[in-house]
Design a protein around this ligand. Structure first.
Ligand code: GLN
Length: 284
């Protein structure tokens, strides 16, 4: 039999030997997940039953092989909510909370109390579901193309008791866009990594779906296509809000200007990188 503290230290050592950046953090997350306790080391000398020991070593082994911590745990927090994640769906990132703040600001400043919101390339649904929960009288739609991601989206809607309406469809198709009209806000965190960036991905990011990461040679394919194709789904005076990658802001502002969007405003994420844009659709 092994005590929690001895097991924990062994896991930290193994993770360190495999050059995992923050071995203590990862070991603690795995312990919290397996024991379903916030402070599993509060009882350091408690003996761990062998089934749980096996589960912990299996998780540590997966992590050592480069599986993202979030996939090992099977869930991750974003804003105030928890989302199921695993292979085939992009992991919610803190940077994306900037996009949530943008949409909440737009609703507050324009007194939109019951907005119709559309989230494109929804993935796990972290954006759509968070907005649906945070804005009580909203009507939120989420569009996602890929099977596995769509399953996570539906599961996360259910687990969070959210009223988001999900549609499995390709956002690059004009036929999909034609089905949506009169939205106050379109929000999207589409794939935006460039061909060069895709060559140089961290091991963990390589485990995430390429379809959620790669945005074409210059990373901007989805911004060009969504801005053009989905503009008609917005009300006049409605807003489009995008997340994008490092140094893409000027190119994205150019795209938005081509389609006559005005009031183009950027926001930095917590790391000081210009990360999101909001822009308003003008009168035709
Ligand atoms: N933010 C992700 C990354 O940096 C990319 C996600 C995306 O392309 N939308 O890896």
């Amino acid at each position: 039999m092994v005590s929690r503290i001895v097991l924990y230290k062994d896991c930290v050592n193994i993770l360190n030997e495999h050059e995992i950046d923050d071995a203590e953090f990862d070991a603690m997350c795995i312990f919290q997940d397996v024991f379903r306790e916030k402070n599993p080391l509060f009882k350091p000398n408690e003996e761990v039953e062998s089934l749980l020991v096996d589960k912990i070593y299996t998780d540590v082994d997966c992590r050592c092989k480069g599986k993202p911590l979030q996939y090992v745990l099977g869930e991750w927090d974003f804003w105030k909510y928890t989302f199921r994640v695993g292979e085939g769906v992009l992991i919610p990132r803190p940077d994306t909370e900037t996009l949530i703040e943008n949409v909440l600001d737009i609703c507050r400043k324009n007194n939109i109390t019951s907005p119709k919101i559309l989230d494109l390339c929804s993935g796990s649904g972290c954006i759509a579901i968070t907005l649906d929960k945070e804005i009580p009288y909203s009507e939120v739609w989420a569009v996602e193309k890929y099977d596995t991601a769509f399953e996570y989206l539906e599961e996360n809607i259910r687990l969070n008791n959210s009223g988001v309406k999900a549609m499995k469809a390709d956002v690059l198709s004009a036929e999909t866009a034609d089905k949506f009209r009169d939205f106050d806000i379109i929000v999207s965190n589409p794939p935006y990594l460039t061909a060069d960036e895709m060559q140089d991905l961290q091991k963990e990011v390589q485990a995430e779906p390429e379809t959620a990461l790669f945005g074409g040679t210059d990373g901007l394919d989805f911004y060009r296509s969504i801005t053009k194709t989905w503009k008609n789904s917005l009300k006049t005076g409605g807003y489009i809000c995008y997340e994008f990658g490092i140094n893409q802001h000027d190119a994205i502002a150019d795209i938005l200007r081509v389609y006559n969007f005005i009031n183009i405003n950027f926001t930095e994420d917590a790391g000081g990188i210009i990360r999101t844009v909001t822009a308003k659709k003008t009168e035709e």
